[in-house]
Design a protein around this ligand. Sequence first.
Ligand SMILES: [Zn+2]
Length: 858
Amino acid sequence: MILALLLLLAAPAGAQRLSGNVAPEHYTLWFAPDLATATFRGRESIRVQIRASTPTVTLHAAEIEFDEVSIEADGVNQPARVTLDARSETATFTVPRSIPAGRATIHIRYRGILNDKLRGFYLSSANGRRYAVTQLEATDARRAFPSFDEPTYKATFEVSMMIDNADAAISNGAQISDTPGPEPGKRTLVFATTPKMSSYLVAMVVGDFVCRSGAADGTPIRVCSTPDKLDLTAYALEAAAQQLAFYNDYFGIRYPFGKLDIIAVPDFAAGAMENVGAIIFRERSLLIDPARASFNAQKGVASIISHEIAHQWFGNLVTMKWWNDIWLNEGFATWIASRPLAAWRPAWNVQLDDATDTQGALGLDALRSTRAIRLDVETPDEINEVFDGIAYEKTAGVLRMLEAYVGPEAFRKGISSYLKTYAYSNAAGEDFWDEMTRVTGRPVDRIMRAFVEQPGAPVVSVQTRCSGAGMETTLAQERFVGATGVAPSEVWTIPVCFKRGADLTNCEVLDQPRRTIQASACGTTSFANAGSRGYYFTEYAPEAVRDLARGAADLAPIERLSLLADEWWMVREGRHDIGVYLDLAQGLANDNTAVVTDTLATRLAFIGEYLVTGDQQPRWQRWIRERFGPSLESLGLPGEPGDTDERQSRRAELLGLVAGTGNDPAVQRRVRQLADAYLSDPASLSGTLAPVVLRLAAASGDAALYERYLARLETLAAQPEEYYRFFNALSSFTQPALVQRTLEFAISPAVRTQDTATLLAGLMSRPASRDAAWAFVQAQWTALTQKLGTFQGIPTIVGSLGGFCSTARAAEVRQFFEMNAVRFAERTLRQALERIESCTVLRDRQSTALTSWLQQSR
Ligand SMILES: [Zn+2]
């Protein structure tokens, strides 16, 4: 901890931040994109306030060529000299005579490029034509227009664009005029001036986009796509309308940006981006046919839309002061996204997905190389790397815990009050928790500060003792990590809620390292994370775990999920033998909740791949088949059209477990028949089962099957969800020649830049292709770093290296990146290395226990 802080201080802190002497009030922006030459011309006027008289103005600019700059103040327009600093991505304008304090206007004529890196103002293509799209978060507005490109410099923006006659364009404000010219074959669109907002939220798209229109609470909403996909926009429009109305009501603040457009573009680095009034999506994250899409795709699309619309308040209306508080944007949007969904589709049980997300964050927090929610960041590379599971899912998990602690209505009032107080302005973490503390009268600030500023998460150990006076429960907390790096002073203030029997719940605040509670009569073991709302690991004695497993019927599905997850962490850390986990798994083998089966399937696949030796495989696989085969059989394959989503999902999970981890030859043959049937008739399988079937068939598939998958890709360009079923399944083929083909395919022009890393990471996640993929990544490193962006692409590949489980590989990975530094994925690399290390430790530590458990299980 201390070392990390010192390193941060030694870095050129603040080197890239603007001085604050000049602040923008209003931007007038004109763009003339030329898709054919992949360039654009820009004209810009920025009205600014100057605090102290100065002859220079410094702002951000990158990959911009300046043609003419002047600064106008007090009726005098002075030409400015331009000096560029590539390292800090700034331009300094110097005028002969100092500009007085007060208002001035900077006039700029410039040229830029429509790049192929999916950031700034960039080029996208599909259907034999080109598009221009922006992605400006976090620090790329400076590539589209010279700007004061820090979130705290809020201003109003007035955008106009001269585009080809046949094209359409969308920006943040509603289109208010459309006039021919002034250049031949062109027209000029003017968009309404925005409310005050940060530069990273400006958006533009240009191309032959078409839109489906709707409205909610009087706000016009459109969902837009390329013309061939318009029929896939209805689902998104229905979801968006419900969500916008939901948020208007929840926040008590009407949607503040006039109109809302949601646009799917052919190439996009992230999943989606919440630009003010013009949210931009990857096609597969927005466009589905609900009748054919998988359950996960239906939930996923609705959930991402909900997250992005929530940002219109969390992030766009109230913006973090600096990127160290990015969690105020991302964590809050992640936390609230499931609320409208729960109201819209109660049968989805989205709180279970939230609990799964929390487990993902706890998995990161189990690493020594995790980070605190709030982290000092200065450079664009550092800023890009904090868009991670800690900013999103950990923050969301902590907020769920707080909400349960203060009560949902009090929490809603606090949120609403915070948003009203800082509307059209900026806030820091303290501003949120101080407001929440004031509104609720509860010590939210104490709880938040510890969870936001300390890295890692606590493990709450529960020990009970029965004496004459009744049951005595001792709670203890410490940071949950491996053997080293634990600061003894790390203590959290944790609301711990117990559940006893089916419905008796009581909560305690644990704010010391240890605390003993006198409770009622001796008897049943209490579950120490009621409703799974707490952001902490729980450790029980092994006999208490067995006790809880026996009483699992009294636990809600979400609690069974976290019991399983907690027990796995105890095994990983060596606190319990793996047999305790496997006994628990055995007890929950017939659990009828899909996410419980899902988490079991994931862990058992991990155990099967990394811990079970070759000699043990037959016995292990037989156990899997005997335990889980009957459930699969009773669900049937491929199931009935009328099956619920829950039943479909559970069938898909069990199929992966029995055919994959259980290596069941009969089920594998059935899978191949189902895949063949699906290839000739896509209606023969449900959208939920199809991806699993394609993946499993690929695992034992030959070149002929590979060809059939590839052929389908070419016919599915207009149906993203189905396209990616086949695309993702390519990485499951295991024959060496086919693995090699997939590797070559991944970097070929046939694969979009946005998708290359997904395919490589898919290959890296499977034992049959991992070594080949790693060799390929090393050999193609230069080409990959040129092709892929710094956001998601390379970090995805680096993160996937955590799938190795050998010290030799760890050394190789370390050595490779010593020679090939990745500044924007340093923490990702440390985490991957730690995962490799922890896997090897786990294997050594649990091998005896696994052997003896397997011998007993018959
Ligand atoms: Zn977000």
